[in-house]
Design a protein around this ligand. Structure first.
Ligand SMILES: *[C@@H]1O[C@H](CO)[C@@H](O)[C@H](O)[C@H]1NC(C)=O
Ligand SMILES: *[C@@H]1O[C@H](CO)[C@@H](O)[C@H](O)[C@H]1NC(C)=O
Length: 289
């Protein structure tokens, strides 16, 4: 049995550096660190807590802590050094980060990130170290934004009415749908233009033409697929707001068309009939000169 123990011991001491140096260095109290196994979703302009927890839930003595974002290398977000203690936020994170120092005694080394921007989305790295031990954990942050939707009337479009639906400040790109009561869940035809501002937020403008058969409530619905939240706006169009083709208007257009055809015919006859007219005129002009 003694021999077995020695073999196991030598195996462990041999394989240890290959597995993880940090594991070997863990003191009598074996700590481990964990982030969030699922992505954390934050809303633009609001605050979010990026979880990072030591287990067992106790304070690690002489602990230094680095929060960094994984980008092209590690981007410093917030560092805490036990000497002092001192804290410092990374560039672009000034006044936007906060640790819960009173929670350190519960092993809670989570980071609060404030006034979120679209650019804050990504993977965050929590690194804890003391002279005997170090470990890291990651937490993914996804950013979302929703905004109110506005619907408006543009004016008559042929036999129908043109409607416009607008919204500014979405992330990620929203899905848009026009719904009219007579279309039974079938989406209406529309032309949608999506743009992204310098903060990477999406703006949407969508045009649809509604015909009389669609009278009633017309809704424009935008959906954030990440938050599974919808915003919508509706307009009620009674059937008498649609442009009617009056018999007088038809008669007017028919008459106008006839007049134009007649005028065209006259001009043609006039041109071919007096083929020399032009020449005569120039001759007359010359004599005058
Ligand atoms: C850490 O503490 C903060 C503030 O009390 C809390 O919001 C957060 O949920 C805690 N995190 C964990 C992992 O317990
Ligand atoms: C952070 O807050 C301090 C104090 O309120 C202020 O002086 C400083 O300009 C702020 N820094 C940034 C980058 O907003």
């Amino acid at each position: 049995r003694k021999q077995n123990k020695i073999i196991i011991f030598s195996l462990v001491s041999f394989r240890c550096p290959l597995l993880s140096l940090t594991l070997c260095m863990a003191g009598p109290q074996k700590f481990s660190l964990s982030g969030s196994s699922h992505p954390v979703v934050g809303i633009v302009g609001q605050d979010v807590v990026l979880p990072c927890q030591l287990s067992p839930a106790a304070r690690l003595p002489r602990m230094d802590l680095w929060w960094r974002k994984i980008g092209t290398g590690f981007i410093p977000v917030h560092e805490y050094l036990d000497v002092g203690p001192t804290e410092q936020a990374g560039e672009g994170y000034q006044n936007r980060t906060e640790l819960f120092r009173q929670e350190f005694s519960n092993g809670n080394v989570s980071l609060k990130l404030k006034r979120l921007r679209v650019a804050d989305g990504g993977t965050y790295h929590c690194f804890v170290r003391n002279p005997q031990w170090s470990q890291e954990a990651t937490t993914e942050l996804q950013i979302a934004a929703v905004a109110p939707v506005f619907i408006g009337m543009v004016g008559p479009r042929g036999q129908g009415i043109g409607l416009v639906c607008r919204s500014t400040g979405w992330f990620p790109k929203p899905e848009l749908q026009w719904i009219g009561k007579n279309k039974q869940n079938r989406a209406m035809e529309s032309v949608t233009d999506v743009t992204q501002d310098k903060e990477n937020l999406y703006s949407v403008v969508s045009h649809a033409t509604v015909t009389e058969e669609d009278n009633g409530d017309i809704s424009c619905i935008m959906r954030n697929g990440l938050l599974e939240i919808e915003q919508q706006s509706a307009i009620y169009l009674s059937s008498d707001v649609f442009p009617r083709v009056s018999p007088w208007l038809t008669a007017f257009w028919a008459l106008l068309a006839l007049v134009l055809i007649a005028a065209g015919a006259c001009a043609y006859i006039g041109y071919t009939g007096n083929g020399t007219g032009k020449q005569k005129f120039s001759e007359k002009k010359r004599t005058e000169e």
